[in-house]
Design a binder for this molecule. Structure first.
Ligand code: GA4
Length: 329
């Protein structure tokens, strides 16, 4: 590991990569206003496990309002922010990720989300009367992104030609479903401009859930790993949403869809703010390939587990671990 003069950076893995920043111009785009979007979505989930959604119908102002509230929060004095932490696993976190020693150049807020009625874990700063605008921006944003996720999951069933049309969406829209919402702030790190390497903002991993819906500001940093193992940078687009296939969806499709490995590198010049809604099923839900998707005689590639079991195993793992590996047959 390269040792930097700044002590705070010492603990964070530096990724050596001279050519970083080359953008991947082939990120699949799903245009919800176009015919054929269901097939485009399925193709993207199979080939990459990642796509960008345009003409999604979520007003850009909703994301901008929440982003502005998040920026205000992250600008508070450190001690004030820490009153809403540590994340165990929900709350404010700074540099440490998860419970097993992962670190990154990032601070964040993690909320558990329950549906029907939509609610989120409270934390110290949200109780303040001054957090009213944060709370209303959060609720409106979450509701809009839930509707988008529901549309996308229905489109997925349509594209795969399976019934019922809510085969996927029912898993994450029900009362007991297990959602998580994350607001990330990756401070800019000017010292990087002088070094020929990058700094880990959020280390490589796959998301355990079904799908994740991400929106970021216009700062670069997100990278995804393609089938051949190469890392490519995702050009930011604050008007679009980016969707990750998660581990649970890979299992539900018996490996047909790909849970995409991704990571975020710190930016030297501009801080990055991202918001991600992770859609998980109820803890008791059995995660196994949908029978409607299995060909004749096709066997499941995974041994059976519930979402609760998978989550428990996830929290015992390190970020970069191959979490699905231990459930493969
Ligand atoms: C990755 C996806 C989501 O950000 C997250 C993360 C969670 C956390 O930050 O607390 C985990 C990580 C994520 C997977 C493995 C465990 C749990 C950190 C970690 C090392 C909120 C999630 O659900 O899983």
């Amino acid at each position: 590991m390269v040792v930097l003069a700044d002590e705070a950076l010492d603990q964070i893995p530096l990724i050596r990569s001279p050519k970083l920043g080359a953008n991947f111009s082939d990120i699949p785009v799903v245009d919800l206003s176009m015919p054929g979007s269901a097939e485009a979505l399925v193709g993207a989930c199979e080939e990459v496990g990642f796509f960008k959604v345009v003409n999604h119908g979520v007003p850009v102002e909703l994301a901008e309002r929440l982003e502005a509230e998040a920026i205000k929060f992250f600008a508070l004095p450190q001690l004030d922010k820490e009153k809403s932490g540590p994340p165990n696993p929900f709350g404010y976190g700074n540099k440490t990720i998860g419970l097993n020693g992962d670190v990154g150049w990032v601070e964040y807020l993690l909320f558990a989300i329950t549906s029907a009625p939509l609610s989120y874990t409270s934390m110290s700063f949200l109780e303040e009367p001054s957090a009213r605008s944060f709370r209303s921006a959060l609720k409106e944003y979450l509701q809009a992104v839930r509707n988008l996720a529901s549309d996308l999951l229905r489109l997925m069933a349509e594209g795969l030609k399976i019934e019922p049309i809510d085969a996927f969406s029912r898993l994450v829209m029900g009362e007991q479903s297990d959602g998580i919402f994350r607001l990330n702030h990756y401070p800019k790190c000017p010292i990087l401009e002088k070094l020929n390497c990058s700094l880990t903002g959020f280390g490589e991993h796959t998301d355990p859930q079904i799908i994740s819906v991400l929106r970021s500001n216009s700062s670069t940093g997100l990278q995804i790993s393609l089938k051949d193992g190469t890392w490519v940078a995702v050009p930011p687009d604050q008007e679009s949403f980016f969707i990750n296939v998660g581990d649970a969806l890979q299992v539900l499709t018996n490996g047909r869809f790909r849970s995409v490995r991704h990571r975020v590198l710190a930016n030297g010049l501009k801080s990055r703010v991202s918001m991600i809604y992770f859609f998980g099923p109820p803890p008791a839900e059995r995660i196994a390939p949908l029978p409607q998707l299995m060909g004749e005689g096709e066997q499941s590639k995974y041994r059976e587990f519930t979402w609760g079991e998978y989550k428990k195993a996830s929290y015992k793992s390190r970020l970069s671990d191959d979490r699905l590996g231990q459930f493969e047959k």
